[in-house]
Write a protein that binds this ligand. Sequence first.
Ligand code: SAH
Ligand code: DHB
Ligand code: MG
Length: 216
Amino acid sequence: MLTEVDSYIEHLCVPHDEVFEQALREAAAAGLPEIHVSPNEGRLLYLLAKISGARRMLEIGLLGGYSALWLASALPADGKLVTLELEDKHATVARQNLERAGLLPKVEIRVGDARRSLEAMVRAGEPAFDLVFIDADKEGYPAYLDFALRLTHPGSLILADNVIRDGRVTDASATDPIVRAIRQFNQELASHPDLETILLPIMRNKLDGLAIARRR
Ligand code: SAH
Ligand code: DHB
Ligand code: MG
């Protein structure tokens, strides 16, 4: 029933865009894992970016560029998306997908371990971002939150994918390092004095979720 509702919402609310569809096909054809955000979650990212008026965005975890297409298409003409990706192969596919959409001029792809890239950004005094979307390795989430707090300003949004993991995050005794890292991340996000947070369940093949936090 939930997958039917998900596809009902998609057909009703997500405009068909051949360039977005082709991006998913190219990523699959290149053998990338099919772990991009769903069309409905992409639409939600786009709306959050638009509603917040974000001009400078940071993505951690680019893959084939599907979520980056949604975020970059919400940018104003002079806006910018910096996106971090470990795998050269993923970045190459993403670059082509963004180019095809005419969005590449607004996107800066930095290939390498995100922690290293983020350290370099902090060291270089990178101007603050209005929106950060965390979606790379799940064990890195607590560290990515620390960096997000250093690279944002009051009013910025911090978003993170995969914070529900089929409900496994509700298990306080979980030993899986991914579940433990996400639980720690969610706890820090929810209890941080400078953040106002909600976790939004998101239906795909399984139940997952998007964290939405706003810096006070
Ligand atoms: N945001 C994408 C999906 C990202 S999947 C979308 O919705 O379309 C997670 C990505 O994070 C993968 O491409 C993976 O290669 C990348 N990744 C994993 N560990 C990383 C690290 N340490 N630094 C940067 N990227 C990493
Ligand atoms: C998976 C899904 C994701 O959205 C992601 O970023 C990483 C992994 C998964 O379902 O395995
Ligand atoms: Mg994800």
